[in-house]
Design a protein around this ligand. Structure first.
Ligand code: SF4
Length: 399
């Protein structure tokens, strides 16, 4: 492989992530991974794969929030048989996740899935492995080798390697099986629940192989704790230029995995996609009940296709100025609120019309930029009534 570029700048001299690590390019259907492609966001269906309708519905929901690759588990023949129809109907490239049984991998290749996730070392039938790899090569189907810390086996007596090294060595031995069969259309992951272990493993792997890396923190947990744990691990690596595709694993609706993934990438300046919501935390100066307003704004603007920074601020005095980076925003007042653009107030509306006024202003900005208006397509509120009336006494007049 080509030599890695050397970056001698100290981190504090530089604004933004390091240049991306150089890697091979792998195509998963129409989604590129590695070699300078935008870091892609993927997720895994929680449906039973043999329930094709439910799986396709979930893939469509994932696509609506920006997901770029969908993985499905293939635990048995019934799931394998469903793959053809899933691939035919799926709006996203489909990855088949397979363990142990090479015949399921062959079924997945018959179904023309866009990528396989399998560890050849786990498949005991070596002729079967050869057959799968030969077919994958002919069809141009990439393979992700996915080493998870939980499944690397117990440490043998006398083994002095640390845990990250045990994962990396296993990944390298899996890679070698594929390379020995003249196969290099490879993506690799070395996930762990423990963040320092995972960070060290990916750093070492990044130096050792030319392949694109799929980042993840395994079994990260529920929405808040899991998103934080995932971000704690992945953002360190992404900021160092390591990582080409990500999955945030959450014990949640997988749609949340995708939104968490994009929020992470947007925070690092690695992707620019749809809504970036700027919301103040609210404080004693707030003249409006900010938290429900921010939630309503997020829900209604989540499907916006054009990148836009939208602010929801709690008071008219400080709000527009504090959010002057935002393209457009709301600042709350008592019973009314201001709409502002780039920190400048452009209109004042009664509180119950604020959200509609914000949508109208967003439409205006989109049209000014030659884009389709959005408000008619905005998702309707699922928690109507959550928006409570503002505080009744202006902050300056409270006794
Ligand atoms: S914008 Fe106003 S309400 Fe929000 S945190 Fe700042 S001062 Fe407080």
């Amino acid at each position: 492989m080509s030599a890695m570029s050397v970056d001698l700048n100290l981190p504090e001299d530089r604004v933004g992530p390091r240049p991306r690590r150089k890697s091979k390019r792998v195509w998963v259907g129409g989604t590129a991974i590695g070699d300078g492609a935008p870091v892609s966001v993927q997720s895994m269906c929680t449906t039973l794969t043999h329930d094709v309708d439910a799986t396709i519905r979930q893939i469509e929901r994932l696509q609506e929030v920006g997901c770029e690759i969908a993985r499905v588990a293939v635990p048995d023949k019934r799931a394998g048989e469903a793959l053809k129809e899933i691939v035919r109907r799926s709006i996203l490239p489909v990855v088949a996740d397979i363990h142990f049984d090479y015949r399921l991998a062959l079924m997945a290749l018959d179904a023309k899935v866009h990528k396989l996730r399998l560890n050849p070392g786990n498949i005991h039938n070596k002729d079967g492995v050869r057959e799968v790899v030969k077919r994958a090569k002919i069809q141009g189907t990439p393979i992700r080798i996915g080493v998870n810390h939980g499944s690397i086996g117990d440490r043998q007596p006398g083994d002095v390697r640390d845990e990250p090294q045990r994962m990396v060595d296993l990944a390298l031995s899996e890679i070698k099986i594929l390379e020995d069969l003249d196969f290099d259309d490879i993506v690799v992951s070395v996930k762990a629940f423990d963040v320092p272990t995972m960070v060290a493993a990916y750093r070492r792997l990044a130096k050792a192989v030319p392949y694109p890396l799929h980042l993840g923190v395994t079994e990260a947990g529920t929405l808040v704790a899991g998103s934080i744990r995932s971000t704690a691990g992945m953002s360190v690596l992404l900021y160092e230029g390591i990582g080409d595709t990500i999955r945030v694993s959450l014990s949640e609706d997988p749609v949340m995995e995708v939104t968490a993934g994009f929020d992470m990438l947007k925070s690092l300046g690695l992707r620019d996609q749809g809504l970036t919501l700027v919301a103040c935390p609210s404080c004693g100066r707030a003249d409006i009940d900010l938290i429900p307003l921010a939630k309503v704004a997020e829900e209604r603007l989540r499907a916006m296709p054009t990148p836009m920074k939208v602010a929801v601020m709690g008071c008219e005095v400080n709000g527009p100025g504090e959010a002057k980076d935002a393209d457009v925003g709301i600042a709350g007042g008592v019973g009314k609120g201001a709409i502002f653009r780039k920190g400048k107030v452009v209109g004042v509306y009664p509180e119950d019309q604020l959200m509609d006024a914000l949508l109208a202003e967003i439409d205006k900005i989109l049209v000014e930029n030659g884009k389709e208006p959005y408000s008619q397509k905005a998702p309707k509120l699922t928690h109507e009534g959550q928006l409570t009336p503002g505080r009744s006494v202006p902050a300056g007049q409270r006794t």
